[in-house]
Design a protein around this ligand. Structure first.
Ligand code: ZN
Length: 263
């Protein structure tokens, strides 16, 4: 998609809370351990299937145009299956995607055909089948990384994740929980509060266990993390005898940083 009014930069400039910024908004809000579709993948879909995604150019504030508002509201792990589905749907240029999102952990595709174009029933059936197939495939595809996964409730969300991503999710959740407990506390209050101290110790042990379960492939995905240090945390005794200052430093300096890195 080239030409005036349709460059990626111009599209980004036009939007406030659309797909292009949602990635950062979600990461900043910190309430979902998932990775939205990357800008490069979004751009690739928009450029290759401009008619199918023509709603991307509509006014995002218009609630009647959910694709314009929410864009590719799915994890990056589903890029390949969305890409394959797009190629099938784009065969008929009268088609467009009305909405594309994750619903109860599964891909949900809402799709429209131009009313004025005569219908081809066999083509319609093919499109329906392609959508069903993609939606079923999404139930077995990790929405973070695209590896085989299973659907289940993780935290507050029903999500499809692979095993390594489940463990990363647990690490991120633990870091988030530590950061939440510390909010508004200073070191003096932290040292005096036995309940918080115990809770943080338990979180750190849990964090160590989750880190120890990380296979090499998922460790390699997050090279900025001191895995050795995280592995040591699973030793219950070591954490329990850790001086308050060390516990505090870890919780303050590292937990929130780790949580951000894992999103
Ligand atoms: Zn995964």
């Amino acid at each position: 998609m080239k030409g005036a009014g349709s460059s990626y930069d111009e599209l980004v400039a036009l939007r406030s809370k659309t797909v292009f910024e949602r990635t950062t908004l979600l990461a900043a809000s910190g309430d979902r351990s998932r990775l939205d579709m990357t800008a490069a993948h979004v751009l690739s879909l928009l450029e290759r299937f401009p008619a199918l995604y023509r709603e991307a150019w509509a006014t995002p504030s218009n609630a009647a145009r959910p694709f314009a508002r929410d864009g590719f509201d799915v994890g990056d792990g589903w890029f390949k299956l969305v890409d394959r589905l797009s190629a099938k749907l784009a065969v008929d240029p009268s088609n467009h995607i009305d909405q594309l999102k994750e619903k109860w952990g599964r891909l949900a595709v809402y799709f429209e055909r131009e009313e004025s174009v005569p219908r081809d029933l066999s083509l319609d059936a093919e499109m329906e089948a392609a959508i069903n197939e993609a939606e079923e495939e999404s139930e077995r595809t990790c929405l973070v990384c695209g590896e085989p996964g299973t659907i289940g409730k993780r935290g507050r969300w029903v999500t499809v994740l692979c095993e390594p991503c489940v463990q990363l999710f647990e690490i991120a959740e633990t870091c988030r929980s530590i950061a939440e407990r510390l909010e508004g506390l200073d070191l003096a209050a932290f040292s005096a509060n036995e309940t918080i101290l115990d809770a943080i110790r338990m979180e750190l042990v849990y964090l160590g266990h989750a880190a120890a379960g990380q296979p090499p492939a998922s460790r390699a995905r997050l090279p900025g993390i001191d895995w050795e240090r995280l592995d040591q945390l699973r030793e219950t005794k070591a954490v329990m005898v850790m001086p308050v200052g060390d516990l505090w430093r870890f919780a303050i300096e590292e937990a929130s940083v780790l949580g951000r890195k894992l999103r």
